[in-house]
Ligand binder design. Structure first.
Ligand SMILES: CC(C)(COP(=O)(O)OP(=O)(O)OC[C@H]1O[C@@H](n2cnc3c(N)ncnc32)[C@H](O)[C@@H]1OP(=O)(O)O)[C@@H](O)C(=O)NCCC(=O)NCCS
Length: 194
């Protein structure tokens, strides 16, 4: 692999990371999420409505990773945090207990990040989240991830996200989540890639 200093995305040549009209391609995006993360048909229906609602929030943005044939193989979207939003109301008491409550202000929330399993581990997830946060006017970013060792947690940690609270119980979720936060811009790729 060639050296890749700084913040240059390491995506494969045939994959393009760029702005995504997520409202128009929500079914494709949820199909990627279903493969990457595992979603039932019922969950896909629920997510469909949630994504469209999120996209109505001022400042909500999405990026997609597409093949040369314009097939979507990854996406990320997020929005400025609002303490009144459901996600924020769930995590706030956990953050407050650890003195991390101020992370909910002036923060860009990464709501979803998913890469098709066949295209994982090639730098696409890193390019998507870095591209989205690089364009955020907020000085920091927060997100939640299932609280276990996973490629997602590994990627977030390597980008500079640290744990702000752990073992968070979201209503209806079978597994506990961790909330992580990073100051922006995110860290570039680690030197061992060179
Ligand atoms: C998380 C996800 C989006 C990452 O996308 P990706 O394109 O595979 O990620 P990249 O190739 O850009 O980055 C790979 C990084 O993931 C991390 N990673 C990969 N496999 C890992 C593992 N088994 N354990 C820990 N970290 C791992 C590493 O930090 C790795 O970077 P490195 O190669 O410098 O060590 C992808 O794995 C995915 O879609 N997972 C399923 C859905 C999901 O969990 N989404 C996040 C919800 S919070």
């Amino acid at each position: 692999m060639s050296s890749n200093p700084g913040h240059t995305p390491r995506t494969p040549d045939e994959i393009t990371v760029g702005p995504l009209d997520l409202a128009a391609r929500v079914d494709e995006a949820l199909a990627v999420q279903a493969l990457a993360f595992g979603l039932t048909d019922e969950e896909i229906d629920v997510r469909h409505h949630i994504v469209l609602r999120h996209l109505g929030v001022p400042g909500a943005r999405a990026l997609g990773a597409t093949t040369a044939e314009n097939r979507l193989v990854g996406f990320v979207y997020g929005l400025p945090n609002d303490r009144a939003h459901w996600w924020s109301t769930v995590v706030q008491p956990y953050l407050r207990r650890l003195g991390n409550d101020e992370w909910l202000d002036d923060s860009f929330v990464i709501t979803e990040l998913h890469v098709h399993p066949r295209h994982q581990n090639r730098g696409i997830g890193r390019a998507l989240i870095t591209g989205l946060t690089d364009a955020a006017p907020q000085p920091r970013s927060i997100l939640s991830a299932i609280d276990r060792d996973s490629p997602a947690r590994g990627l977030y940690a390597s980008l500079g996200y640290r744990d702000l609270a752990r073992q968070i119980a979201f209503p209806g979720a079978p597994l506990p989540y961790a909330v992580m936060g990073a100051t922006l811009p995110l860290r570039g790729p680690r030197s061992h890639r060179a």
